[in-house]
Design a protein around this ligand. Structure first.
Ligand code: CA
Length: 527
């Protein structure tokens, strides 16, 4: 493995002229003294599973495609093995901003206030002459720092007629949240930014987060299709440990008919979730909603489903609402792509689409995220950059959300700080195969038992083939061979045939914990 220092040295060690010559945008625009550094557009959704993007070849691709996100992959690169470090909303956002693991940036779980005084990539870009803007979900407690313009949702935000926190106070805006976040972003691009400077904009959607409220344009989308089920929808968790059995995130037991699946007929008017969702609609929105959901709900109530039939119905309603939220995201990704093209901004812009983490779409009978298991360890990542990224390319190399900050800085030609913990993906964007890339990734989930969804605390390591996990408050270990058991149905930790591989992974896990400076005891939980 190439040392981090040597790798960074080859990027940052040269003179500015050498640096410029090494950059694709420098070469392409070498004739113009006023050549602009590339713009960066980052569209980041919330809980969007890789398995819900057709470019990833999901089982939903035929019935619920994502044509505009696919367009990014078709014109650019798809990261086949993209992972997170800690699969939950706020921690992922803090990792993207800082390029540091949760135990270093401080946001080990949801509800911890992000220390906005620390180093972030938007601050470094801004110091280097970039204009920086952020619109939509923030979810980090403190106010954004390092942005010329920002306009954020409070906490998780609302789908209909959402409140926003602006530098001038709180406002409510009429409409559907995904459309509004895009409107704010396009307005900034069109009217607010200085066209003489390069920009970095983060367009961060609330959707498709629970409770999956579709927008007015997609209330009946997918009414006539049947969503394919995963083969392990009725997983009994044999072959794994306590954590898989004792989670509280199953479609069968945890998912609620009213609050989650919008059978509002089963819920009292004063229910808090009903008030912050259905209750926020104006008369016109509610009339449209009732016309779409009233007949569907009536048919469900009359069917009196039980047992597996009820789980199957819940799965269909969940997936359809989830994909309806994503249909609005996909429409709005298309709006941004079209705007850039129509205004000649697409050629010198690196355009990313990603999500804070992936999500269970009925695999193992679950929704939500948190576990190191594949569906929630992954997160989608696609990018396009005309003239630099080869259209239709893919990479199998393992990347993490930990790499985003260094990637953005590297694209902008800003020297990479020595204390960030990821790696720049710029060589991968260029189609290069770095001689030595990482062979393993480190993961750590801190929220733990007794909290929402009751997923036990754990850390672990994943290589291209194997995964070792320690549920440390249970002191239970699990080991998976992803080649023979890609859906992680059977831990092989006690199988002597794997003794050698398990020992090697223990060594690698120890190495990673030392490399990333993970404290022996988990950091104290701040308020
Ligand atoms: Ca999330």
């Amino acid at each position: 493995m190439i040392s981090r220092r040597a790798f960074l040295g080859c990027v940052c060690g040269g003179t500015l002229a050498a640096l410029a010559a090494a950059r694709p945008w420098g070469a392409r625009r070498a004739h113009g003294a006023t050549a602009q550094r590339p713009n960066i557009v980052w569209i980041y959704s919330d809980d969007h599973a890789e398995n819900a993007i057709s470019a990833y070849g999901s089982r939903l691709a035929e019935v619920a495609p994502t044509p505009n996100i696919d367009r990014i992959a078709r014109e650019g690169i798809l990261f086949r093995n993209s992972f997170v470090t800690n699969s939950i909303c706020a921690p992922c956002r803090a990792v993207v901003l800082t390029g540091k693991h949760s135990h270093i940036n401080g946001v080990i779980r949801n509800g911890i206030r992000f220390d906005g005084a620390q180093q972030t990539f938007p601050k470094l870009l801004r110091e280097a002459g970039y204009q920086t803007a952020l619109f939509g979900k923030w979810h980090l407690g403190s106010e954004p720092t390092g942005f010329d313009a920002w306009d954020i949702l409070p906490g998780q935000g609302h789908y209909y007629n959402p409140d926003f926190i602006t530098p001038d106070g709180r406002v409510q805006r009429e409409g559907y949240v995904t459309d509004i976040i895009t409107d704010l972003s396009l307005d900034w691009l069109e009217n607010e930014r200085d066209p003489e400077k390069p920009f970095m904009i983060m367009i961060q959607h609330k959707a498709p987060h629970r409770e999956w409220e579709p927008g007015p344009d997609h209330l009946t989308t997918y009414d006539d299709v049947k969503i394919p089920e995963p083969h392990n929808l009725f997983d009994d968790y044999s072959g794994r440990g306590t954590a898989a059995r004792e989670q509280d995130m199953s479609i069968a037991e945890t998912m609620r008919l009213g609050a989650d699946l919008k059978v509002w007929e089963t819920v009292e008017e004063d229910d808090l979730v009903k008030q912050r969702t259905y209750g926020r609609m104006n008369d016109e929105q509610r009339a449209k909603w009732d016309a779409a959901y009233g007949p569907k709900n009536q048919a469900f109530l009359e069917a009196n489903l039980e047992g597996d039939d009820l789980v199957r119905w819940k799965y269909q309603r969940y997936l359809k609402d989830y994909m309806r939220c994503i249909a609005s995201i996909d429409d709005n990704v298309g709006r941004v792509l079209d705007y850039l093209e129509a205004n000649g901004l697409d050629q010198n812009t690196v355009f990313f689409y990603s999500s804070d983490q992936s999500f269970y779409l009925g695999e193992h009978g679950w929704f939500d995220k948190r576990f190191i298991y594949e569906e929630s360890l992954r997160t989608p990542l696609v990018a396009k950059w005309p003239g630099v990224i080869e259209p239709g390319s893919e990479t199998e190399l393992m990347v993490q959300n930990l790499d985003c900050a260094q990637t953005f800085l590297d694209i902008a030609g800003v020297p990479l700080p020595g204390d960030m913990q990821g790696r720049s993906l710029l060589p991968l964007l260029r189609g290069e195969q770095p001689e030595a890339w990482r062979n393993s990734i480190y993961y750590h989930y801190y929220e733990g038992e007794g909290r929402v969804h009751n997923v036990y605390k754990h850390y672990g390591v994943r290589t291209d083939r194997y995964k070792l996990v320690h549920f440390y408050t249970l002191d239970e270990w699990e080991f998976y061979d992803l080649e023979t058991d890609p859906h992680e149905m059977r831990s092989e930790y006690d199988n002597p045939a794997y003794a050698e591989q398990i020992a090697a992974l223990h060594t690698e896990l120890d190495r990673l914990r030392e490399h990333y400076r993970v404290p022996e005891d988990p950091p104290p939980e701040q308020a």
